[in-house]
Design a protein around this ligand. Structure first.
Ligand SMILES: Nc1ncnc2c1ncn2[C@@H]1O[C@H](COP(=O)(O)OP(=O)(O)OP(=O)(O)O)[C@@H](O)[C@H]1O
Length: 261
């Protein structure tokens, strides 16, 4: 194993990850990852298919361990607290997630979808407070103007791109510190993709974003930092401008040139 090209961010780190290993049964999918993720920045997670991108971000909100036979070793400090020692439900409240395919709850209205996190946590809200949270979250997700007159229609009545923004609103409604996004535009058309990309850049004022993407151009457009994985190892981490123009690891360079397909 050669020296890894890991550059510490100059900004304060929200996650300080040390010697992280993630397994499916006996097979490691993430190997000895040590990295700091900067706060209120967008970090893109890239690498060839099957290199562990999804597994890595699922470790950051304790979803990985929900897969039967899966386990995690190492330390993942979120603002100084090792999340592996915390209640997973509280971790997921602080670290929200948006998935590849928009997955609003099909039987719920737009309004109730936004508040679903509170329902799951058993938190009851007064009507005015609920209204305020719904409006704020939909505004943050750049969806308010499009849905303010149809809040009591089902979430599935929206277009794919709108449904994905609804899922972002649902994740933001509980005020997470970090938003994990797993290829959030892979199921969307170019116009909806552009909207989500704009939103990602806007959101980093208030939340740290870690986004898995296959799309090199997208990572270039939205991210401040890039983490490049190869066969479960983090082989390079640094400012996107540097990783894209002068990659330090030949495997990153090959990937950026399209050699891995
Ligand atoms: N539920 C599972 N059980 C067993 N192995 C798994 C499981 N999920 C993923 N893996 C394996 O772990 C490795 C990493 O997978 P992961 O999905 O994290 O990669 P990825 O980089 O996100 O891939 P892709 O770009 O194709 O989505 C792969 O070898 C994959 O086959």
């Amino acid at each position: 194993m050669g020296a890894k090209a890991i550059v510490d961010p100059k900004e304060p780190a929200i996650f300080d990850i040390r010697n992280l290993w993630a397994y499916y049964g006996e097979k490691p999918a993430i190997r000895e990852v040590t990295v700091k993720i900067p706060e209120k920045k967008v970090t893109a997670v890239m690498g060839p298919s099957g290199c562990g991108k999804t597994t890595f971000i699922r470790c950051l909100n304790r979803l990985h361990e929900l897969t039967p036979g899966a386990r995690v070793e190492g330390e993942i400090y979120l603002k100084g607290e090792n999340i592996l020692d915390l209640d997973p439900v509280l971790v997921r409240r602080r670290v929200g997630m948006v998935f590849q395919r928009p997955n609003p709850f099909p039987t719920m209205t737009i309004y109730d979808n936004v508040l679903a996190g509170y329902k799951l946590l058993g938190i009851r809200l007064r009507r005015e407070e609920a209204d305020r949270i719904v409006e704020e979250a939909l505004r943050k997700a750049a969806l308010w103007e499009e849905v303010k007159d149809s809040l009591h229609k089902r979430g599935t009545y929206l277009s794919g791109g709108q449904q994905q923004r609804l899922c972002i609103a649902r994740a933001l409604a509980i005020n997470p510190e970090v938003l994990l996004m797993d290829e959030p535009t892979s199921a969307l058309d170019p116009k909806s993709t552009a909207k989500i990309e704009e939103l990602v850049v806007e959101l980093k004022r208030s939340v740290t974003i870690v986004i898995v993407t296959h799309n090199i151009a997208q990572a270039g457009r939205v991210s401040d930092y890039t983490a490049f994985f190869y066969l479960g190892e983090l082989v390079e981490f640094g400012p996107t401008s540097q990783v894209f123009t002068v990659p330090r690891d030949p495997r990153t360079e090959d990937f950026l040139k399209g050699k891995f397909g």
